[in-house]
Design a protein around this ligand. Sequence first.
Ligand code: PHE
Length: 351
Amino acid sequence: MSASAAGAPGTDLRALVERARSASADAATVESLRQLESELLGKQGELARAQRSLGALAPDERRAAGLEIQEARRAVEALVAGRRAVLADAERAVRVESERLDLTEVLDAPTRGHVHIVQRTRDQLEDVFVGMGFAVAEGPEVETDWYNFEALNMPIAHPARGMWDTFYLELGDPETVVLRTHTSPVQIRLMQQQPPPVYAVMPGRCYRRDTPDARHIPIFHQIEGLVVDRGISFADLAGTIETFTTAYFGPDIHARLRPAYFPFTEPSAEYEITCTICKGAGCRTCSQTGWVELGGAGMVDPAVFAAVGLDPEEWTGFAFGFGIDRCAQMRHEIPDMRVLLENDVRVLRQL
Ligand code: PHE
């Protein structure tokens, strides 16, 4: 039987603390540490036993021995608490790791997404026009007959409406609400919203009851342009289109304006560029003509100014509307436009 100097009988406190140091360091889990703790510090533990044996000592010895036991208890408590903090941290880290939800889908680099070619084309077209001093505006895809047709100088039963035969919605009176057939109604909305001068482009999605073919899809995109100011001439229109064409397609692509008819412009023109797929030789995409129509243009008709309450004697302007999908098709030499709707990843990956 050994005893420390002051002597709690039957217990070597220094050895006990040393044992506690190595045993707690060896405890691998919070649970095994708890067991060790009750062995050392519990009511049936060695320290408690030493405490109880104090009664056998003489009063003056008892005090010194009691202090020693208390000191040993504090030392053991500190060892256990330190080890518990380390173990608890480690166990929490393991639990957090196992419960972590990984919501990301890791794909190989070539299949990671990118902006769709039509959206990218729209962004690039906006950039070109913003660089030329135009603002960008938008309007709704669901339009009333008035904005889509009437304010654009196409009264009910006007034969030109046949060019834009379309999808009507069952909303309000029959045939009064349509999926817009072009972005031209945004011209009207813009002129109602702000006084001239106006220099704006208006991109967006349009709908037509077209049978899909190499150059047509029933859901497509246009970018409208509108300039309203004093003293605007057809030369301003032609110059703007020329500047746009070389800025977007490069110096090798030629543009031409040919006489055309639109109810909301007078005079009107069709805007065509060299077919980029056959370089003008004629192919299936351009119906063997060597040219592809990108859109329409013309000087704002006085009737349109009248519809929005602008004086046609004071204000002049031009407008144009280009197909964004057509621009993408020509710039990226896509023979058949229908691929833009199919979302085949083998195609999307290349564009
Ligand atoms: N809105 C016409 C179309 O969709 C294009 C156009 C716009 C023509 C502006 C002239 C002026 O065919």
